[in-house]
Design a protein around this ligand. Structure first.
Ligand SMILES: Cc1ncc(COP(=O)(O)O)c(C=O)c1O
Length: 499
């Protein structure tokens, strides 16, 4: 029996011993694949010559089969460009077969209910919320891509793709590429005050994978976890997905209120924190709160997950050293990312693992996705060791300082009495609270119609409608040129006055 690999491995085979003639087998194979929608309208069909060669048969039966399929309307030929599957099912409702995915309806009901509930239980900002997809004034999580050294980056990509080493095409180390891990360890020791050796650094696909991995290793379903209130929605989502019980612990101007956490849940298994630059309020955890948090973790055996996502950029002082650097009992799992300092689609982050947990993290990582992809790691390692990274950070620190200053000044000029800045000493956003309680989600929806991408603050609380939830906005400035910021703030003021 021969099968037709074609461009996309057509689901087609012929059997010379079969009683059915070859042209009929080819015809039946195409017809069945089209009706089952394995082949879709507009998809190109191989030439008769190519298919005959792939199937190892003469061209005559293939010509017969094609002529029949064209005559019956399964195929259409376009002059000069080839043969294509016709549009047999103009509306989705006309599918002849049961839609794929209907199996969930046949599962026993508790399992079915659990699966159906999943999306709702994990809910955070919905994908359709306009601020999730906007690009322009105030959108968050978007660095100044126009200032990214694309030329240096592309030449490193070309270097690695032109002459790849054979071993770079094979399965890599589950901890990640050693050259990159060493470069990151050196950077973290000098710039972030992290205590680490290369062996403790694991490369992951962004902080998100590090959070997922930490939850899988450290927590059980129903483990209690302190979560900053308000906090990072994607961390909440990971912890909910792991079945944990989230214990919201309020954040004040000094960061996480450790005493309140101890009162609410003294025996939590872990705490998730962003001490260098709390997301979303933008405050920095004070030294005394840091020591209090570490003391609690040492006493109770709890873990601390430190998410240090953007603290390279700090404007009114030098970068604050990590919490992990103060930890004498190896209870901090330190997570970082290149999403802010380089660009988010790179999907490269890292986790610094306490030595006693290395084997468990390694085994879990292998179970999740085996190992990280090699090329982006090799390119990034060179980008760091050849000095581009440090230079980029220095330049971006100046650029963002200018953008932030323009934003803070415009807010003071245009929106005093309406918006109050509550945090913005670091990173690429400034958080503002509405002086008078108003519905920030509604305002953000309307702002999106004017091309202003305000990320509302209240959904970052456990109970966005509760008394404790502040209403306001997280205003990104990373991707907005300085000259456009005053106008964006004027439009924001006009919107708030109109509402
Ligand atoms: C608190 C926080 N942590 C981490 C990240 C980055 O996540 P990732 O590395 O998965 O892109 C972000 C991005 O917005 C963030 O706000």
């Amino acid at each position: 029996m021969r099968t037709a690999p074609g461009a996309f491995s057509l689901p087609l085979s012929v059997d010379r011993r079969s009683a059915s003639p070859l042209h009929r087998q080819v015809y039946d194979g195409f017809r069945a694949a089209i009706l089952a929608r394995a082949l879709r309208s507009g998809q190109r069909i191989p030439s008769t010559r190519a298919l005959a060669a792939d199937l190892g048969i003469s061209r005559i039966p293939v010509l017969h089969a094609y002529a029949q399929l064209l005559a019956e309307g399964y195929f259409e030929s376009r002059r000069g460009s080839g043969t294509f599957v016709s549009n047999l099912f103009p509306s989705a409702g006309a599918r002849p077969h049961q839609a794929y995915g209907s199996r969930i309806r046949t599962l026993p009901s508790p399992a079915r209910r659990r699966i159906a509930r999943l999306a709702r239980d994990l809910a955070g900002p919905a994908k359709r919320d306009p601020w999730m997809r906007g690009q322009g004034a105030f959108s968050i999580g978007q660095p100044a891509l126009d200032a990214f050294p694309l030329r240096a980056w592309s030449s490193l990509i070309a270097r690695h793709c032109r002459n790849p080493l054979a071993r770079s095409l094979l399965y890599g180390d589950a901890m990640g590429f050693k050259g990159l891990r060493a470069a990151i360890a050196a950077y973290l020791r000098t710039s972030r005050g992290v205590r680490c050796e290369t062996d403790q650094v694991m490369i992951v696909s962004g902080s998100q994978q590090a959070l997922d991995l930490s939850a899988r290793v450290l927590l059980d379903p129903s483990s209690a976890v302190w979560m900053e209130e308000p906090g990072y929605w994607l961390a909440q989502r990971v912890l909910r997905a792991a079945g944990c019980r989230l214990v919201p612990v309020p954040v004040s101007a000094e960061g996480l209120d450790v005493a309140a956490g101890i009162l609410r849940c003294p025996n939590a298994r872990a705490a998730f924190v962003t001490p260098s630059h709390q997301y979303p309020l933008g405050v920095t955890m004070s030294a005394s709160r840091r020591l209090h948090l570490l003391g609690w973790a040492h006493r109770t055996g709890a873990w601390i997950v430190e998410d240090d996502y953007d603290s390279e950029y700090r404007y009114e002082s030098r970068p604050v050293a990590s919490l992990q650097g103060l930890d004498d009992a190896s209870c901090v799992i330190y997570i970082g990312t290149f999403s802010k300092v380089l660009f988010p689609s790179l999907r490269v982050g890292y986790v610094v693992i306490p030595p006693a947990l290395l084997d468990s993290f390694l085994a879990m990582r292998q179970a999740m996705d085996v190992a990280p992809p090699h090329f982006s790691q090799a390119v990034l390692a060179d980008f760091i060791t050849e000095g581009h990274f440090a230079r980029h950070i220095r330049r971006m620190r100046m650029l963002y300082a200018e953008r932030r200053e323009a934003l803070v000044a415009a807010l003071a000029r245009e929106a005093a009495g309406t918006l109050r800045v509550i945090g913005g000493e670091a990173g690429m956003y400034v958080t503002v609270a509405l002086e008078r309680r108003r519905d920030d989600v509604q305002i953000a929806r309307r702002a999106a119609r004017d091309g202003l991408w305000l990320w509302p603050l209240s959904p970052a609380y456990h109970d966005p409608h509760g008394k404790a939830a502040q209403h306001g906005f997280i205003l990104g400035f990373g991707s907005t040129p300085t000259s456009r910021i005053p106008d964006a703030v004027r439009r924001l003021r006009a919107l708030l006055t109109r509402e």
